[in-house]
Ligand binder design. Structure first.
Ligand code: ZN
Length: 373
């Protein structure tokens, strides 16, 4: 995520803090100063907020480490003012795996609350609840109740929040995946609307969370629908067979000429019949700005790019394209370049398929689908 700073790598997963998170800390410090005019209150407020976000990071690690048990990698964890965000590489297709990954986060908060509760019981200083609030009362006790709140809040079935994922997993165990997602996303957006409305009159953070849930639900539902269209289709059906290649010894001016004269943005770099690199439009422009038109292609091309086989399922390549920095995937068979797949031609393919589907919707209906998102 842009505007994020890396604070460290724990259990092999980098943790980032987003710039807006620092704004939150400034705001916490300022509001404590305004109400109390005491440095102790400011330090106390910042310490408590840091402790909460420490628990949020542990919550995200709950998801990430459970996902790892199912062989799913987590790219990073980012701390935002509205909470943490673990970018899990994919959501497992098996509903029970998604269920466990979703539950692992709130479980961590329950576990922290239980540990703090035991500590307080052993030390015998539980304060009456009436004297506790977010800003005052015993630090440990406030942290305990905040963890209970975090667990409870995350379990609200507002997809894609944890509770919503639990709901989707339960629905997906009996229905097809698209229907389960559509239903969970619909409920998620309804709840987001309620949060947003409620937030307008109480807490502005609720409005942000509402937006986050609303957009997240829409995006995931759309992505699941896309994958359902791609299900059972192979790369061969959608790849472009008529395209230009470029030699590593050619100059950048040759690539400029090719870009201006055709539709292609990215070019496979081919030497003696084998692909040795990929020249993307953005790499070309970056290189042009620094070096000149006479620079060789070899110096501007990238050697690290996704490739696929014509027989690969289209949905898996779609995921690779979404995760990759490039918009083009060269299609190879036994080292021979057979075609190209680009985000644009994939989008076109989807539009055509959607139109065909709509046309035949009255005649038939698909009732069996299962695929990963
Ligand atoms: Zn969570």
């Amino acid at each position: 995520m842009k505007w994020s700073w890396r604070v460290g790598v724990f259990a092999g997963i980098p943790v980032y803090v987003h710039a807006t998170f620092l704004l939150l800390m400034v705001w916490i410090a300022a509001s404590h100063w305004v109400t109390s005019r005491s440095i102790n209150a400011v330090v106390g407020g910042l310490a408590f907020t840091s402790a909460i976000f420490g628990c949020v990071v542990l919550h995200e690690y709950g998801h990430a480490l459970m996902a790892r048990r199912f062989g799913v990698r987590t790219r990073d964890i980012t701390l935002l003012p509205i909470g943490g965000l673990a970018r899990v590489e994919r959501i497992p297709e098996k509903p029970n795996q998604e269920l466990w990954i979703a539950l692992a986060g709130p479980f961590v908060n329950f576990a922290i609350a239980a540990a703090l509760g035991i500590y307080l019981l052993l030390n015998g200083h539980f304060e009456p609840l009436s004297r506790i609030s977010v800003a005052s009362g015993d630090f440990i006790e406030r942290l305990l109740f905040t963890n209970l709140f975090l667990a409870g809040f995350n379990l609200i079935p507002a997809f894609p929040m944890d509770g919503g994922r639990v709901l989707r997993a339960i629905l997906a165990a009996r229905w097809d995946y698209v229907r389960a997602t559509r239903t969970a996303a619909g409920l998620g957006q309804t709840l987001a609307f309620v949060f947003g409305l409620w937030g307008l009159f109480s807490n502005p953070f609720l409005v942000f969370i509402a937006l986050f849930v609303w957009i997240g639900a829409a995006q995931e539902a759309a992505s699941v629908e896309v994958k359902s269209t791609l299900n059972g289709v192979t790369v061969k059906d959608a790849m472009i067979k008529d395209f230009q290649t470029i030699s590593p010894d050619a100059s950048l001016s040759k690539a400029v000429e090719l870009i201006l004269s055709g539709w292609q943005q990215d070019f496979p770099v081919v030497s003696e019949g084998r692909i040795v690199g990929l020249l993307t439009r953005s790499d070309l422009i970056a290189k042009l700005a620094g070096a000149g038109l006479s620079t060789r292609i070899e110096e501007a091309m990238r050697q690290d790019f996704p490739v696929a086989d014509p027989a690969d399922p289209l949905d898996s390549v779609f995921s690779r394209l979404q995760e990759s920095e490039t918009r083009t995937v060269p299609i190879l068979r036994d080292g021979q370049l057979m075609g190209l797949l680009t985000l644009d031609n994939l989008t076109e393919y989807l539009l055509v398929q959607a139109a065909i589907k709509a046309a035949s919707a009255n005649r038939s209906h698909v009732n069996q689908m299962s695929f990963p998102i």
